[in-house]
Design a protein around this ligand. Structure first.
Ligand SMILES: [Mg+2]
Length: 364
């Protein structure tokens, strides 16, 4: 079956946060086969991502055989040489790759998880963890398998990391008290700490059984990550901001992270994730996809030999219809074809470049 058309847009929902997640937010890629069957994928990069799909990828896709996902991926990836094989180009390619997997699922009447593994388990619920900013809400503390605290400065304060440290330690202690000893607790510093802060924090909370400390340092602080690997009493995770197999491979060789968190909507899609899992297994590194409860990663979690643990998703992406819900801290995929979701044809879409302070007006 050949590809008839390719479209990309950025659907907007009212509660989309007023930051880069809107202005360079998730794009929807729609690939239609010549019989009219549609596949949806979600990538990133906002209007820049849309432009790459339209200007670089579309011509190369139309007329190609849908089933040749890997060779299509290689061709599109090569064409990114002109604009750089990292960042936004990879986010755009992720949307195309996921749309092709979805389309192949619809054409074969199979869920993507079954395309990935013939003996995929559709029955067992997958535990989830909820990512929170600030205090852990009561409902989350009661009905979630785990909690991840965001403890960064968000660049909005003149206070030093040393000033922040006691507050972060206290928030982590309070969270552990609130969720009890039996639930998972993690911390995400979103690349905003330095190595001394990370070590001081980790030693202070070493009695709290943190499952991981996520992205404590800037991505390029390789020396810092090497120190954490040798000296930190808490497991270090990261990878949502790595955009290619080459970047993951280099990171694995350095040993930056003991847990990898690829984002399939940013890291070039599902096709390279299959290779990444093999690379990680070779080095005994766990893989826990970023935003795992969104279907684009959830099918991989259900079907592939990686951790059965899914992060809460982006609630403002209401234009994704039939996304499975988290119930009592767990989530399940359905056996519907493709990724099992459709996208709202009436969702408002971005037609012009957004500034972050404009984002709240879209979708109203
Ligand atoms: Mg993170």
């Amino acid at each position: 079956m050949r590809i008839r058309s390719v479209e990309a847009c950025q659907p907007i929902s009212k509660n989309s946060p007023p930051d880069w997640r809107t202005s360079f937010g998730q794009i929807l890629v729609t690939v239609t086969a010549e019989d009219g069957t549609v596949g949806y994928g979600v990538g990133g990069g906002g209007l820049s991502g849309i432009h790459i799909v339209n200007a670089l990828f579309r011509e190369q896709l139309i007329g190609r055989d849908v089933e040749q996902i890997e060779s299509i991926w290689k061709r599109l990836h090569k064409s990114l040489l002109t604009v750089g094989q990292s960042g936004i180009g990879m986010m755009a390619l992720s949307g195309v790759d996921l749309a092709l997997w979805d389309l192949q699922g619809h054409l074969s009447h199979q869920p993507v998880a079954r395309l990935l593994s013939s003996d995929c388990d559709f029955e067992s619920p997958i535990p989830t963890y909820q990512t929170v900013w600030g205090e852990v809400p009561e409902e989350v503390s009661r009905a979630s398998s785990g909690v991840k605290l965001h403890l960064g400065t968000n660049g909005k304060s003149d206070a030093t990391l040393r000033d922040w440290l006691p507050k972060w330690i206290e928030e982590t202690r309070k969270a552990r008290e609130k969720i009890g000893a039996d639930r998972d607790l993690m911390v995400d510093a979103w690349m905003s700490w330095d190595v001394e802060t990370a070590l001081a924090f980790a030693h202070e909370v070493s009695d709290l059984q943190l499952v991981w400390l996520e992205e404590p340092l800037p991505l390029d602080d390789h020396e810092g990550y090497a120190r954490l690997r040798d000296e930190c009493p808490v497991t270090i995770s990261g990878g949502e901001h790595l955009y290619s197999l080459a970047e993951f491979e280099a990171s694995l060789q350095r040993g930056d992270y003991q847990i990898l968190q690829p984002d399939v909507c940013w890291m070039v899609g599902l096709t390279p994730l299959l290779q990444l899992i093999e690379l990680a297994q070779d080095r005994q590194v766990k893989v826990v996809p970023h935003r795992g409860s969104e279907v684009w990663a959830l099918h991989a979690i259900a079907a592939l030999p990686i951790e059965r643990l899914a992060e809460s998703g982006r609630p403002w992406m209401q234009w994704v219809i039939r996304q499975p819900e988290i119930r009592q801290g767990t989530i399940q995929i359905t056996d519907l074809p493709g990724f099992g979701v459709r996208c709202d044809p009436d969702a408002p879409c971005v037609r012009e470049v957004l500034r972050s302070d404009q984002s709240g007006r879209f979708g109203e």
